[in-house]
Ligand binder design. Structure first.
Ligand code: BGP
Length: 470
């Protein structure tokens, strides 16, 4: 008999603190790399001229209204992150900021009032600037101490109500952006630094898992990478080999280490071939071997297509869904079978199923979708409507895959697209919108920040009430 979507499936949506909250210096909050940079999720890359995050969607002051709208859509879950500098303004403070804790207590209580399961991301791109100034993720001792203290406060304060935790959002994008894409822009290869950060993040995540087991033995924890299954451009063996390598470097190494406690030999070869000298101790590896994640949360927007490298190809300077090249290993290619969003991201619902299958085969762990969605320039009509049929179409095509994914034997337990409400895009401002709820502001003008229900709001409400029919 065909397997069906279970009645406890976590239908919801997702946001991140710095992109949605605003209140950048409210109630003792300190500056994060995002405030310091005013745009762009890797501080050093500095994307200029877009909306900063000071006010964002002002969810900090509108959270009750926003949660009520989520409840009206019928959300069973809401994935959000905790702004590190609300809790520890410099990242190194002796005591946590009570007012910051208070905000998340109120938010979580509000969600629970409506039976919405909080899915909490511990860290989503907003490192305290205080830590960044001292080397950030590259300062191993400091970051391990600060990240675990942060986790300890979260588990202690919210662990009685939060069952699902995600350690770090899109660790792979942070590393790939900081390494490959930065090198494409500046010509400087910081491979050693970025892969040291990768390792330090892995140790930090392992410590978080260990701590959670001790403090909240019934809670569950997993990473939240951005996974795009990689296709070969042709069936030429060299293209297939290139795709296998790209899958590993872009996707799997970020989960392998937390699910199996190992670094793949191909990764180790890549480091040594390039002279990247990563400091890894036996103690680190013992720790990594001793922990295991409960589930994989992942963000899916598209697949990636690659071919074997040729010497005459230029690097592609893209963003998190555009391809990238690694010399001698693979180079990205356009998939001519796929349509694109107005921002150039390929649309691939079948690839969504393929990605879920690949994760099942490699890890056989429960999975949950923590992002998926379409960024577009929505228009608010004079009668207060937003006709976002393009977004409905994108989401419909992906949701249509869910019964097949479940029937494939994948333990998919929730779908939380990006984003619950309009928020500021990582580097393209507020005009690139993703939400079911429209927020009335533009790049520079805050207008009235009033909330409007988009057409997709009513459509998603129906999807949830019918457990996935659309
Ligand atoms: C993911 C990030 C999110 C989010 C989303 C959409 O990579 O986890 O924070 O913003 O992509 O991307 P963008 O905002 O660049 O359009």
């Amino acid at each position: 008999m065909k397997k069906k979507i279970g009645k406890n499936f976590l239908w919801g949506a997702s946001t991140s603190a710095y992109q949605v909250e605003g209140g950048w210096n409210a109630d003792g909050k300190g500056p994060s790399v995002q405030d310091a940079n005013a745009g762009g999720f890797i501080a050093e890359l500095n994307f200029d001229g877009i909306t900063d995050f000071k006010v964002a969607a002002d969810h900090y002051h509108h959270y009750k209204e926003d949660v009520a709208l989520m409840a009206e859509m019928g959300f069973k879950s809401y994935r959000f992150s905790i702004n590190w500098t609300r809790i520890f303004p410099t990242g190194m403070d002796k005591k946590p900021n009570e007012k910051g804790i208070d905000f998340y207590n109120k938010l979580i209580d509000e969600l629970i009032k409506y039976n919405i399961e909080p899915l909490v991301t511990i860290h989503h791109f907003d490192l305290p600037q205080g830590l960044e100034d001292l080397g950030g993720w590259n300062n191993k001792e400091l970051i391990l101490d600060s990240y675990t203290k942060f986790c300890e406060v979260l588990f202690k304060e919210f662990g009685d109500r939060v069952k699902y935790w995600q350690t770090i959002n899109e660790q792979n994008m942070v590393i790939l952006f900081g390494h490959i894409l930065k090198r494409q822009k500046t010509g400087v290869d910081e491979g050693t630094k970025m892969y040291q950060i990768f390792h330090n993040m892995n140790v930090a995540q392992a410590l978080a898992i260990q701590l959670l087991r001790k403090m909240c033995p019934n809670a569950k924890i997993g990473p939240a990478p951005n996974i795009s299954y990689v296709y070969p451009k042709t069936s030429k063996p060299n293209d297939v080999l290139a795709a296998d390598t790209a899958n590993l470097i872009r996707n799997w190494i970020y989960i392998d280490i937390l699910a199996k406690g190992t670094y793949d030999q191909i990764l180790l070869n890549f480091w040594s071939d390039n002279g990247y000298d990563i400091k890894i101790t036996q103690e680190d590896m013992d720790l990594l071997k001793s922990v295991k994640i409960d589930f994989i949360a992942f963000n899916y927007y598209s697949t990636m297509t690659v071919e074997a490298p040729t010497s005459d190809k230029e690097y592609i300077v893209g963003d998190q869904q555009m391809g990238f090249n690694l010399e001698n290993m693979f180079q990205s290619a356009t998939n001519e079978h796929l349509e694109k969003t107005e921002y150039g991201w390929e649309i691939d619902p079948i690839g969504f199923r393929m990605t879920c299958r690949a994760l099942k085969t490699r890890y056989d762990l429960p999975i949950i979708i923590t992002e998926n969605g379409l960024g577009a320039k929505d228009v608010l009509t004079s009668d207060g409507k937003i006709h976002d049929d393009y977004r409905i179409e994108y989401l419909r095509q992906h949701i249509k895959q869910i019964p097949d994914i479940i029937n494939d034997g994948v333990d998919l337990f929730g779908y939380n697209p990006w984003s619950a409400i309009d928020l500021v895009s990582t580097h393209q401002g507020i005009s690139k919108r993703y939400g079911f709820i429209y927020v009335n502001r533009d790049e520079k003008d805050l207008k009235d920040l009033k909330r409007y229900r988009k057409d997709s709001f009513y459509w998603y409400q129906k999807v949830i009430s019918t457990n996935g029919e659309n």
